[in-house]
Write a protein that binds this ligand. Sequence first.
Ligand SMILES: *Cc1c(COP(=O)(O)O)cnc(C)c1O
Length: 424
Amino acid sequence: MTYDLTPAFAAAQDAADPLAATRADFHIPPGPDGRPTAYFCGNSLGLLPIAARAAVEAEFKSWETQAVEGHFHGEAPWMFYHKTLAEAEARIVGARPLEVVVMNTLTVNLHLLLVSFYRPTPTRYKVLMEGGAFPSDQYALESQARLHGLDPDEVIVELVPRPGEHTLRTEDIEAKIAELGDSLATIILGGINYYTGQVFDMAAITRAGHAVGALVGFDLAHAAGNIELKLHDWDVDFACWCTYKYLNSGPGGTSGAFVHERFANRPDLVRLAGWWGQDPKERFQMKKGFRPTPGADGWQVSCGQVLPMAVHKASLAVFEGVGGLAPLRAKSEKLTGYLEFWIKSLGLPANHLEIITPADPAQRGCQLSLLVHERGRELFDFLAAQGIIGDWREPNVIRLAPVPLYNSFEDVRRAGAALQTFFK
Ligand SMILES: *Cc1c(COP(=O)(O)O)cnc(C)c1O
């Protein structure tokens, strides 16, 4: 695709964009001058889908008029509410409906899955993760090591880029996996690194992990709703993700978990159990003996959080309405490429400002991470004052994520023009 910097180019792209209308499905917050913001922060908190309010209101209505009967009656009885999300959720991550469940929040799901998929033995006890992984994931893994009476420093092996590089090479990840060999119990990486925006080759990493007998899982916080995923076909063992980033399901929103079909009927897998994971036929018999329901549902602990799930359902309907991730990705690559074009047009040397996200569209999603060596915070504040919303990650990274569901080419042009003004 060839880009140019004229307003006419952005206008023509927006006019030709088959997804342009979905912007109207979201509330776009106003900026300091009252105009809608150019919101590039969907990597942190996605925008509110307009339909979410009515979806929550419907459950309020059910509660108001039916109270406890809402568990069993109404359009989507609460007892099985999570089931109404499974098909659309499965399409988001490339899974079979049996393999996914919507429940809890992300770090909680990571713990629940690690209880099953990190089972250290005296010889196979290591965990491979990204150096500088999202802090919650680091804390989760440290505490999982301690749960087993192990020293996190002995357990956790971190992948770091080669000197002078910002992202990891697949061949280096594969080599580390081979080197760890049968000491490696579990691999847990982000599907997309939150800081650099790098997409990992999940199929290759899963193959390499399985070749040494390790279990392989991904934290898809920055991948779900952003890039096309094929968890089932890639043979990934387990995964989890939040729904408040690219899946637009609200602060503290519910989360997703994936467990590959091959574990669907494995009641022998150790897990932390609760009544909602029990076979529903027996759930209300209140008798001793946990027998998990098949599939990812068997990892549920508590009754479903219907109100957050209602928001998520409305959000998933937007994804379904546009035909899923394939058309979104086609727009996303253009939009992010356009932002990259603007940044490159600044002509700044790498020791002043550099994009640390891979240049290859296949190795990134929406997000570009700008490493700003000088006046980074000043730039960030300047953009915010113009209603251009990204986010700031210490020590000096600005993340900008044009989201194909609600960002326009004009949004990107505005950001690009503001960058030009700042650096003039
Ligand atoms: C956003 C994010 C989290 C947040 O975890 P919560 O449990 O939802 O608070 C965890 N891990 C990664 C990689 C993230 O990007």
